[in-house]
Design a protein around this ligand. Structure first.
Ligand SMILES: Cc1cc2nc3c(=O)[nH]c(=O)nc-3n(C[C@H](O)[C@H](O)[C@H](O)COP(=O)(O)OP(=O)(O)OC[C@H]3O[C@@H](n4cnc5c(N)ncnc54)[C@H](O)[C@@H]3O)c2cc1C
Length: 449
């Protein structure tokens, strides 16, 4: 018998209405937290068994933090919640007629469905980028990128040909939003403080870090003041910024821009945007620009008992006619709102529309350097913005343990000027990269048996 067919979801039938939440990210966990287990049976499905704190993902990729410090097991988060069931399963599709989800462990009926399954990298149809560029959208992505970077420095040490060494040492970030900017800053700090000590024979003035964006400024979602300040910081740190620059193709070694300019590099990091991850079975008329259109109660317009929150949701309001920004705060606030109001929605009672409270945006560029756009048209940068950034990120991490570990890592990094997690735990081998295949995986194979 197929071992998969032996799996069952093992969730008991109940007299209470069942609310199924798909995705245990910022939106999903806040929804689960506020759903009343006395009124509903609550089921959470996530393809991972952990929640990840995406805003610090780039620090895992650039050796500043261990992966475990920015993730927490979902079961631990809810181990005191009654009538709650978690299964680490990917939802494959939704049958909206029978109100059933499909998973590899069988079907699951829902009375109310909350879709909080977030977004995925958007390559805008560029197949070569999809095939060769590194994404930064999950913990495995961050570990791949970390391995790719450390492998590149090891390779540079062993490469006699100066042209080849320059190609190995060239890194390109495509997309100058917060992820691109923060990653570029962290790479510049690695280049300045940690790498010259590890690789004293490499001339790090040869290491080039490019930051490209199709728009005309870095940090396009933030204010022009924040953009200008961030650009100044980055340039002072030696980042080569190319705005109004569209990439055309990449073959794993040569990146070609529209207009013909080329950059020789083995490492292109894609941080140029995301799109909603729409599950099969949802009606095409429910989606717009890769997101699910909802009313102001988070209900998908045209669907009775299916709700969408966070990155996947497109709620057009007077204040946000193009929907809310794809940030953690709207997702968290929508999750809390929906969890709290689910009983009234279930009973068909009127519910006040969702109102987003914008707490502002922050981005850090490096030690003592950050930019902040705060409510009330307040824009500032420098050390104060950096302290706010540190405080906000620590306070939103999932558990006390993670807060403590991240804080300890940051104190270490600050006083030693070192990012200590420069480990190739799982070598990264891009298709066709025979050097990485031969050099970096050989020991793995020995240890695997
Ligand atoms: C690298 C990076 C940096 C960011 N930095 C910031 C920042 O500094 N500040 C900020 O405010 N925002 C930031 N964001 C954006 C922010 O993280 C998102 O807006 C937020 O996570 C959206 O929350 P969500 O609940 O909609 O989705 P997510 O938090 O992405 O959660 C989605 C969950 O759904 C699960 N899932 C997906 N598909 C399925 C499926 N088919 N079946 C089961 N489970 C599924 C996933 O495993 C995941 O756990 C960043 C995002 C990234 C990727």
């Amino acid at each position: 018998m197929d071992p998969l067919q032996q799996l069952i979801l093992n969730i008991p039938d109940t007299a209470k209405p069942r609310v199924v939440v798909v995705g245990g990210g910022f939106g999903g966990i806040n929804a689960v937290k506020h759903l009343d287990s006395n009124k509903f049976q609550v089921v959470l499905l996530d393809k991972h068994n952990y929640n990840s704190f995406w805003p610090l993902l780039y620090q895992v990729a650039t050796a500043g933090l261990q992966a475990e410090t920015i993730a927490g097991p979902l079961r631990r988060e809810f181990n005191k919640k009654k009538d709650f069931y978690f299964r680490p399963l990917k939802v494959l599709s939704v049958d909206v007629t029978t109100q059933t989800l499909t998973t590899l462990a069988g079907p699951l009926h829902y009375d109310h469905l909350i879709l909080a399954n977030g977004s995925k990298s958007n390559f805008f149809g560029n197949k070569s980028m999809q095939q060769y560029a590194l994404g930064l959208k999950s913990i495995p992505d961050a570990l791949n990128l970390r391995s790719q970077l450390i492998q590149a420095f090891e390779r540079a040490e062993m490469t006699p040909d100066p042209e080849e060494r320059a190609r190995v040492l060239t890194l390109v970030l495509v997309g100058a939003g917060p992820t691109g900017v923060e990653t570029a800053g962290a790479l510049a700090e690695l280049r300045r403080y940690s790498l010259p000590k590890d690789y004293p024979h490499i001339d790090f003035s040869q290491m080039k870090i490019y930051l490209l964006d199709g728009l005309d400024r870095v940090l396009p979602p933030m204010s022009p003041k924040a953009s200008a300040k961030a650009q100044r910081y980055l340039e002072n740190m030696g980042i080569i910024i190319k705005t109004s620059t569209m990439v055309e193709s990449y073959d794993g070694a040569v990146l070609t821009m529209k207009g013909g300019e080329q950059i020789q590099t083995y490492s292109v990091i894609w941080s140029a945007g995301v799109t909603g991850d729409i599950l099969d079975g949802l009606k095409p008329e429910w989606t717009e620009k890769g997101r699910l259109l909802t009313d102001e109660q988070c209900r998908i317009i045209g669907a009775n008992n299916i709700f969408a929150i966070g990155d996947i949701a497109l709620m057009k309001t007077k204040d946000y006619p193009k929907g809310h920004p794809g940030l953690a705060q709207p997702a968290m606030q929508m999750g809390k709102y929906l969890g709290k109001n689910m009983e009234a929605l279930h009973q068909g009672r009127p519910v006040k529309p969702f109102k987003y409270f914008d707490k502002g945006s922050l981005a850090t560029i490096g030690r003592g350097k950050a930019v902040a756009d705060l409510p009330g048209n307040l824009h500032f940068g420098g050390r104060i913005a950096w302290y706010i950034w540190l405080f906000v990120h620590i306070s939103f991490l999932i558990s006390f343990r993670n807060k403590l570990l991240v804080f300890a890592n940051w104190v270490w990094n600050y006083f030693t000027f070192d990012k200590a997690n420069r480990l190739i735990i799982r070598p990264y081998v891009r298709r066709g990269d025979t050097v990485a295949q031969e050099v970096f995986t050989v020991n793995e194979q020995e240890g695997g048996k």
